[in-house]
Design a protein around this ligand. Structure first.
Ligand code: NAP
Ligand code: 3JN
Length: 341
């Protein structure tokens, strides 16, 4: 019989947490008992799981007693504080924040790319889930890196507001509605209006002139692909889209590879769906990726300005594959291959 686990979702009432609960149900994760954790503000609220109502509890140091797997999505400060507490209680944490991603003792995992790294969970009892923009990038690039080696990556992202959480989803909705009604839109979440606008600003600015989101792409990609020699530069842009991040990706490879070879290789790559038929106006779009777990790749073409260059357009649902489903996939491998013995 399949072993069942006591699971806790920290940040269950958030944009990502909600989807984590949905993914656990959809993927038929072997849950014995589910605890839903959030702030005191949400305690007492009810959420549905497998047709039953579960009461949300306040996250405290006592929340993890008897819990086998904790899936965290309540922000980096909460993870920094509570993931070690959970681990001390024997609960393995799959953490969706940036708190532990670059810790050398914490594996940073995308199941299609480096599932073997999960074994490192024994170091600290924590496994990190990468940033959403990194996840879809490495799902698309890992097969190419394996075959011909990637020397350099230039990425420009077009990121949906849901990446900022439930308040930002409301902000885009209310600003759009206000503008279409000739009213002054209110700004609460972003420093500028997001409706009918693009902001080249995600997360905080750093001393090197990049944003933290841009540098997450650089460091996390190298860690997951296990190659610090790859040159990576990024521009991260917030766009007025509710769900799914899109990325313009330019790569330079060590050995030559044609667009047809890339297309063929990605057709069989796990987690990838090639959508690439310009004659039929078929290419990846945010509205098609939303609600799904595949990473859509298209507009695959040669970069004619260099010898071994390829351009592509990569799109995935940032809340699903970019956060919730990637975390649940990690938990599945952990449960099946490491905690069932
Ligand atoms: P959100 O919609 O604002 O939800 C935040 C969730 O965290 C809510 O459930 C909130 O509870 C809970 N929370 C906040 N502070 C807490 C605390 N001190 N103790 C317990 N619970 C707390 O945000 P989101 O979009 O779901 O994102 C949540 C986090 O996930 C982000 O901060 C980030 O670290 C991570 N994230 C990662 C990615 C990725 O790229 N992989 C993408 C998006 C988000 P209440 O409802 O009670 O306030
Ligand atoms: O903005 C996006 O599209 C992705 C946002 C991710 C995010 C938002 C707030 C805090 C993160 C993250 O996962 O890197 C964090 C964080 O944990 O630092």
């Amino acid at each position: 019989m399949r072993k069942e686990f006591n699971v806790a979702v920290a940040g269950a009432t958030g944009a990502v947490g909600n989807q984590m609960v949905a993914c656990l149900e959809e993927r038929n994760f072997p849950v014995k008992n589910l605890r839903l954790l959030a702030t005191a503000r949400s305690a007492g609220r009810k959420m549905r799981f497998r047709g039953e109502e579960i009461v949300v509890e306040e996250l405290t140091e006592l929340s993890f007693k008897g819990v086998d797997i904790g899936i965290f999505s309540a922000g980096a400060a909460t993870s920094q504080k509570f993931a070690p507490v959970a681990a001390q209680n024997g609960c393995v944490v799959v953490d969706n924040s940036s708190a532990w991603r670059m810790d050398v003792d914490v594996p940073l995992v995308v199941p299609e790319v480096n599932p073997h790294a999960i074994a490192g969970y024994t170091n600290k009892g924590i496994i990190a889930n990468p940033n959403c923009s990194t996840i879809q990038l490495v799902v698309a690039l890992a097969p190419i890196h394996k075959k011909v080696g990637i020397k350099r990556i230039v990425i420009s992202t077009y990121q949906a507001v849901s990446g900022t959480g439930k308040k930002a989803i409301d902000e885009l909705y209310y600003q759009t509605r206000a503008i279409l009604n000739f009213l002054e839109p209110e700004k609460k979440v972003y420093p500028h209006r997001i409706a009918f606008n693009c902001l080249p600003h995600i997360d905080v600015f750093l001393e090197n002139g990049y944003t933290k989101e841009e540098m997450k792409l650089v460091y996390e990609t190298r860690k997951i692909l296990e190659d610090d020699s790859i040159g990576i530069t990024a521009t991260a842009v917030r766009v007025p889209v509710f769900f799914s991040h899109s990325e313009s990706v330019n790569i330079e490879t060590h050995q030559p590879i044609s667009p047809a070879e890339v297309r063929s290789m990605l057709t069989t790559a796990p987690g990838v769906k090639v959508v690439d038929d310009c004659q039929q106006n078929l290419y990846p779009m945010a509205i098609d990726a939303a609600g799904k777990d595949d990473t859509l790749v298209g507009r695959i073409r040669a970069d004619e300005s260099i010898a071994n260059g390829i351009n592509m357009w990569v799109v995935a649902d940032n809340i699903r594959k970019g956060a919730a489903s990637n975390a649940v996939q990690i938990a599945e491998i952990l449960a099946r291959d490491y905690l069932s013995k």
